[in-house]
Design a protein around this ligand. Structure first.
Ligand code: NAD
Ligand code: DAU
Length: 352
């Protein structure tokens, strides 16, 4: 493996992945292809932006001419596809962008792979997907790689569509592919619209902590670098054509997560935990809210020896500390000015 195109490398998981592997794998050239939507942040990559084995291309994956040019310029051996619209609540309010990027963008990348690689099976497309494609679990049971798809939100429906497309390209055109379906990630550099960073920042600022419904919905939490390590292992040793479920074996109700955040922030800022727990508000439920996710990750564990290294307690402590210490990053991702800058920067670059 010499050249990997990483789509969405300026987002939450992509930036954690690049920070980790650009420094560790000097023999690999990583090309970050990212449009820089509101969720993509160049600051997340400041530690590696000048590395010799790292390049950045501000490109929309839906733009076939621009993506073709990137393929021609770098001649990649592997595409690691993170880029997506990723937030369920946004997909409920504005579903179209999710289908444009998550389905149309994936299709465009697959077409470029087909045209560029012309059946060379040494190269492959690694598609990063979600456990949400499987729908909702009752109180018991786990998602395995054989669980039928049953997506509930426009986001998960768009990810399910993209998964089907990736498998269809394998069956129809023989394109070499790998897929991962992962549970909820948390950690540094996550945009503060997702549950954990939103609650940390609201707690720090003394703002209400909105818990959807009764707070009993369950998610299976995985520290982001554990997900990145699983992906790297699968890129190196995973079997072509296979799907691997990745999860933390760490089920928590949302209310327990929010209470743990209150306690973590209180300890770190020398406050009474009860004063932060008093900020919790039960608000109307998310439409189509999946009750429970839980991953059976035994395939990746048995075949490739991967397992999570971070416990929820240690991972949450690190995450709280990171959000308390990185006020510049937080101010920038939240500022309208910064979003305007990104927009004009993108338009300028594309006109120029
Ligand atoms: P994110 O929203 O933080 O980042 C998405 C990145 O993709 C951003 O940098 C954004 O600028 C870029 N992007 C969006 N549209 C683009 C386009 N049209 N062209 C080029 N770049 C574009 O997302 P994330 O949480 O890092 O998730 C990454 C991937 O992992 C997604 O495919 C998501 O479905 C999947 N996933 C996420 C989680 C999770 O808990 N966050 C869990 C399982 C799977
Ligand atoms: O399971 C993997 C998925 O996890 C990824 O594919 C998605 O990209 C990622 O966003 C995440 O989806 P969720 O919908 O599970 O994550 P979110 O952080 O939005 O919500 C987690 C849970 O917390 C969910 O049950 C809804 C609830 N919630 C969320 C927010 C933002 C609240 O109760 N209050 C909130 O304000």
């Amino acid at each position: 493996m010499r050249t990997i195109i990483v789509t969405g490398g300026s987002g939450f998981i992509g930036s954690n992945f690049l920070q980790r592997f650009v420094l560790r794998q000097a023999d690999v050239h990583f090309i970050n292809v990212d449009k820089l939507t509101y969720a993509g942040n160049p600051m997340s990559l400041s530690a590696i932006e000048n590395s010799e084995n790292y390049s950045f291309e501000q490109v929309d994956i839906c733009d076939s001419e621009a993506v073709t040019a990137v393929f021609q310029r770098y001649d990649p051996d592997c595409i690691l596809h993170f880029a997506a619209e990723s937030h369920v609540d946004r997909s409920i309010h504005a579903p179209r962008d999710f289908f444009t990027t998550n389905v149309g963008g994936t299709l465009n990348l697959l077409e470029c792979c087909r045209a560029h690689w012309q059946g060379d099976s040494e190269n492959f497309f690694h598609h990063v997907s979600t456990d949400e494609v499987y729908g909702s679990l009752p109180e018991d049971g786990y998602f395995t790689e054989a669980t039928p798809y049953d997506p509930s939100s426009p986001y998960s429906a768009s990810k399910a569509s993209s998964d089907h497309l990736v498998r269809a390209y394998h069956r129809t055109y023989g394109l070499a592919i790998k897929l991962t379906n992962c549970s909820n990630n948390y950690g540094p550099y996550q945009f503060p619209e997702k549950l954990i960073p939103l609650m940390i920042l609201n707690a720090v600022e003394g703002l209400p902590l909105p818990v959807y419904g009764n707070g009993k919905n369950v998610r299976d939490w995985l520290y982001v670098t554990d997900h990145c390590d699983a992906i790297w292992r699968i890129i190196q040793q995973g079997r072509v054509g296979e799907t691997y479920n990745v999860g933390g074996d760490c089920e928590k109700t949302n209310i327990d997560v929010v209470r743990a955040i209150c306690d973590g922030v209180a300890t770190a800022t020398d406050q009474e935990p009860s004063s932060l727990r008093d900020l919790i508000r039960f608000v109307p439920d998310r439409p189509g809210h999946d009750f429970r996710y839980a991953i059976d990750a035994s395939k990746v564990q048995k075949e490739l020896g991967w397992k999570p290294t971070e416990s929820f307690e240690s991972g949450l402590k690190k995450t709280v500390q990171w959000y308390l210490s990185n006020v510049d990053w937080i101010a920038k991702v939240r500022s309208g000015e910064y979003r305007e800058w990104l927009k004009s920067n993108y338009e300028e670059r594309n006109e120029g």
